[in-house]
Write a protein that binds this ligand. Sequence first.
Ligand code: DNO
Ligand code: MN
Length: 352
Amino acid sequence: MRMVFRWFGEGNDSVPLKYIRQIPGVEGIVWALHDMPPGEVWPMDKIEKVKQQADEYGLNIDVVESVNVHEDIKLGLPTRDYYIENYKKTIENVAKVGVKVICYNFMPVFDWLRTDLYKELEDGSTALYYEDSKIRDINPMELVEKIAKNPQFSMPGWEPERLEDLSKLFEAYSNVTEEDLWHNLQYFLEEIIPVAEKHDIKMAIHPDDPPWSVFGLPRIITNKENISRFLKLVDSPYNGLTLCSGSLGANPTNNVAEMVREFAGRIHFAHIRNVKIFKHGDFIETSHRTSDGSLDICDIVKAYHDIGFTGYVRPDHGRHIWDEECRPGYGLYDRALGVMYLWGIWDALEQG
Ligand code: DNO
Ligand code: MN
């Protein structure tokens, strides 16, 4: 496995590249142009700047996460063709600096969704937390109104300045079914996968997080059956996966190690992290260690080892420990501990 580490860019990440290169076995950054709105072409000068910055520290820029998909593509609106053309140009542009994998997701409206970003764990650290009762059966339009009147009810992703956009998006998705979303995804893939093939870039979809519908929005990259269906939409190795253990593993009926074995040749990027499930629907992110959460991280790494995985891996979110000030889930300390845990398992397996 090839270890990489997410970095949000100069001025946008509390962790400097100088520190990232000191984490054992990390060979590259996982990057994106976070200031580019979804749907716009990533310009070469900005791409080259990241490449230069990484070069200075001997880090590669092989993995991009994410080139976000414009909502019009997910909604299947007539304007999608314009945004798909832009997406193709971005693929072409990042290929020029040697990118090998692009991670993206196809979740409507929200990326990963949590109800609390700083929930305290028993040891006094804090971590990202999801409580189902705060989401399930909530009418999103009513929530928009409630937060508009009382901003103290706001949740991550529901910041007051985003409310207007949210209500428009919920309106737009109100009659989009899961089947519609499948069709819109297929349309997108049929357009972009040939371009990815031409430029030798593996596309790697990230599963939905959590892997079930939220606020009545359709979500489809949620389990083994649906991932098999996804891979057949365009049956090419360039149409592949970011297999995220923490996202899929939040649903206890998903067996992540089994998926690693089943989808072996199509996994281009692995996110490995643990979650502790309290009851179905409620979970918190823990340290990467197997005994701290509900997922058997040892067994998942063993599955990667068994398939002879040579793709990219990153620790995913971490807890906030040692009073670090950082983006929620993306501090240096706990993710660096995660890297070492993953190497520990891997190296032990290598030695039999
Ligand atoms: C969740 C994280 C996400 C992920 C994006 C990919 O598990 O890895 O932030 O990066 O959903 O598009
Ligand atoms: Mn992930």
